[in-house]
Design a protein. Structure first.
Length: 94
């Protein structure tokens, strides 16, 4: 059912608009994290949570735009590569 709302949003607003919205939401998340790193106030944690939710919603719409199966496979592949690199960086065994 959730995927239906994401498909409907892409159909309603258009791919280009949703790609631009993804950029905007990602930037808002980055700025919220930056504010938290400077001031470390509880309200900023709530702001970060709100921005993470926005980004996650937009990621679901990116899956619609980029054909979910292919996009999900690419994301999983990249996550595995980056996680492996992280294990090596922090010298932790899986």
């Amino acid at each position: 059912m959730e995927s239906t709302i994401y498909q409907s949003a892409v159909a309603h607003f258009g791919e280009r608009n949703q790609l631009e919205m993804m950029q905007e939401e990602a930037l808002e998340l980055a700025l919220a994290v930056r504010r938290f790193s400077r001031h470390r106030k509880y309200e900023q944690i709530e702001e970060i949570a709100s921005e993470v939710a926005d980004v996650q919603i937009m990621i679901e719409q990116m899956k619609v735009i980029f054909k979910e199966d292919l996009f999900a496979d690419l994301i999983n592949e990249k996550m595995a590569e980056k996680t492996e690199r992280l294990f090596k960086l922090i010298n932790v065994k899986k």
